[in-house]
Design a binder for this molecule. Structure first.
Ligand code: NAP
Length: 326
């Protein structure tokens, strides 16, 4: 009889995820904030058949080299830019992700950043706390309108479309761009107009990124592209930090044309540290959140349990529901 597979879960998970994963094999639980970089795990890596990873776990060719028995990487995220998909495919390692369950939570936070950046909510909070609010003034923290403005969405998949639904409720006009155009019925239902990448940047008051990080989207928001944006316009990024050139963004916020930004993700994030462009950190017209777009309790549980479901299905019949195609 075949012995139970060994599974490394890179950090503690909420809900019933760990119990569910234990139905499929013997679980070794990693340490929060260390994950697959744990030397103890790597030393006995030869026997692990599955990894359950977070987006801070880098699964590259060098790691795969140390895990010769590996058959599955179940990522607890929808993005898979932490995983070298080509290297996994070359070794017949299946990769799964957690699409759908985090769509609404991520759009909620993205819309929160949009409101906060346009209406200067974080600046207002700092002003009140520091004693700077000494009574109503007609010209205090005058922001940019949200209602009636044009929102440009880059990447009109699950989260981009959820953003469009919110924008409609706020009376915004919605433009979108991505490589493939939606069918006209969906465009009508979402009230969104398809435009080119150039047009979305040039014609929007607020641009929100919802594309994956790929070779094509790395530094998509470059100094050149920022220079085409409207005076006073706003950039929201809850996709991945490396889609934006942070130094160029800081310059565009300081010298124009941008009026504000809302950022949940950063170009240089690792498990243990984040290095944000120092000029960007100094910009008062940026609202930051610490990569928490999908961090509501129910969503975190759903993400963990979706990864568990993928893993259990993989070992049950080799057919997990959320395989990432390379
Ligand atoms: P999705 O449904 O796959 O949507 C992504 C969309 O991006 C697709 O419709 C795709 O359309 C488009 N796209 C891909 N390459 C593009 C390119 N080169 N230029 C323009 N558009 C492009 O994914 P999702 O579930 O909405 O998630 C989107 C991303 O959000 C994830 O990959 C992840 O990185 C990020 N995310 C972040 C957080 C957070 O915590 N901050 C949480 C969840 C997700 P085409 O293929 O037609 O171009």
């Amino acid at each position: 009889m075949r012995s139970e597979p060994r599974i490394f879960v890179s950090s503690p998970l909420p809900g019933r995820a760990i119990e569910q994963i234990q139905e499929a094999g013997n679980v070794v639980l990693g340490k929060s904030g260390v994950g697959v970089r744990d030397e103890e795990f790597l030393e006995e890596g030869a026997s692990f058949e599955a990894l359950v990873t977070l987006l801070t776990d880098r699964v590259d060719a060098a790691l795969l080299e140390r895990l010769p028995a590996l058959r599955l990487v179940a990522n607890v995220a929808v993005g898979t830019d932490n995983i070298d998909l080509a290297a996994c495919a070359a070794r017949n390692v299946v990769v799964t992700n957690t699409p759908g369950v985090l769509t609404e939570a991520t759009a909620d936070l993205a819309f929160g950043l949009l409101l906060a950046a346009a209406r200067r909510i974080a600046e207002g909070d700092r002003m009140v706390r520091s004693g700077g609010f000494q009574g109503f003034r007609f010209d205090t923290l005058v922001g940019a309108p949200v209602h009636g403005s044009t929102l440009g969405i880059v990447g009109f998949g699950r989260i981009g479309q959820a953003m469009a639904r919110r924008a409609r409720g706020f009376g915004m006009h919605v433009l979108y761009t991505q490589r493939s155009r939606l069918n006209p019925n969906m465009e009508t239902a979402l009230g969104a107009t398809y435009v080119s990448m150039e047009e979305v940047f040039a014609q929007s008051d607020i641009v929100s990124l919802h594309c994956p990080l790929t070779d094509e989207t790395k530094n998509l928001v470059s100094s050149k592209r920022l220079s085409t944006m409207r005076p006073g316009s706003i950039l929201i990024n809850t996709a991945r930090g490396a889609c934006v050139d942070e130094a160029a963004l800081a310059a565009a916020l300081r010298e124009g044309p941008l009026g504000a930004a809302g950022l949940d993700v950063f170009a240089r994030e690792s498990t243990t540290s984040v290095s944000i462009d120092i000029e960007l950190l100094a910009c008062k017209n940026v609202v930051f959140t610490p990569h928490i777009a999908s961090a509501d309790l129910a969503t975190r549980v759903a993400m963990a349990e979706t990864a568990a479901k993928n893993l259990v299905a993989f070992f049950h019949d080799g057919n997990p529901p959320n395989v990432v195609r390379y």
